[in-house]
Write a protein that binds this ligand. Structure first.
Ligand code: DGL
Length: 264
């Protein structure tokens, strides 16, 4: 038994798609979810900027003495700091590994939908090719999605137009599957589904990542019994985030949202 919390983070709302799954299968754990809104979106940041950004998030979780860090952000998961799978003595698991686990060995043509930073990085290519060396990985950056999802201001027709702009061109491609390689994208699942051919399988790694976290804790006898979790936001948007996040985290109550400053 280990009573310490589990740290989960993303630039904003996207990682809540992972937190939803975590809370579902680990209802007695204590979670700290950090929405790093101060630096949202992560996807257009440079390597150097992201290194600073991720370093302070990891330091925050080290200070909070979490027992496990779940990186609910693909962009952060491309960074060497995360690929080390550990900070001090705290283990780290990341969403890219969980996404790659989902890819069926029969898939030949795979579309990766992700942020600019994730598509420019070789992380997905390297990890998928270990598993499926012959795969044809097509990468599509969708830089307009995250800011639009965070703002929540578009109507359905506007969202569909935005999604079609990036995805419609794949209608005639022989795609077998697509990865939602940004944790915000499942929040637009229906629009993405509509834009791609019906036969294209869509992978959302949220469940697989939650299962990985559960297996990890179970194997090491680190589960706990309890039922409270809290959200932390790194910038001055608590009120807005409060409303939006409660819509996504439909079935769960959290105690409060704390506004934090973790810059150095
Ligand atoms: N949801 C994140 C990801 O999975 C970050 C998106 C962003 O902030 O650009 O990449």
């Amino acid at each position: 038994m280990n009573d310490s919390p589990i740290g989960v983070f993303d630039s904003g709302l996207g990682g809540l798609t992972v937190l939803n799954e975590l809370v579902k299968i680990l209802p007695e754990e204590n979670f700290i979810y950090l929405a790093d809104l101060k630096y949202s979106p992560y996807g257009d940041k440079s390597e150097i900027e992201l290194e600073y950004i991720i370093k302070r998030v990891l330091r925050y979780f080290v200070e909070k003495k979490v027992k496990l860090i779940v990186v609910a952000c693909n962009t952060a998961s491309t960074m060497d700091l995360i690929k080390k799978n550990q900070v001090e003595d705290i283990p780290i698991i990341n969403v890219i590994d969980a996404a790659v686990d989902l890819v069926d060995e029969k898939v030949e043509n795979l579309l990766l939908l992700a942020t600019k930073k994730t598509t420019e990085s070789k992380t997905y290519d390297e990890k998928i090719k270990v598993k499926n060396p012959g795969i044809n990985l097509i990468k599509q950056a969708c830089p307009s999605f995250v800011p639009a999802i965070e703002s929540g201001k578009l109507n359905d027709e506007e969202i569909q137009n935005l999604v079609d702009q990036d995805l419609k061109r794949y209608r005639d491609n022989k795609l077998d599957a697509a990865i939602l390689g940004c944790t915000h994208y499942p929040l637009w699942y229906d629009f993405i589904r509509k834009s791609l051919n019906k036969e294209v399988k869509i992978y959302d790694p949220a469940q697989s990542l939650a299962q990985k976290a559960k297996n990890f804790l179970e194997e090491r006898n680190m589960l706990r019994r309890g039922d409270s979790y809290k959200l932390a936001v790194s910038a001055d948007y608590c009120g807005e985030f409060n409303k939006k996040s409660r819509k996504i985290l439909k079935n769960y109550k959290f105690d409060k949202i704390e506004e934090i400053n973790i810059d150095f």
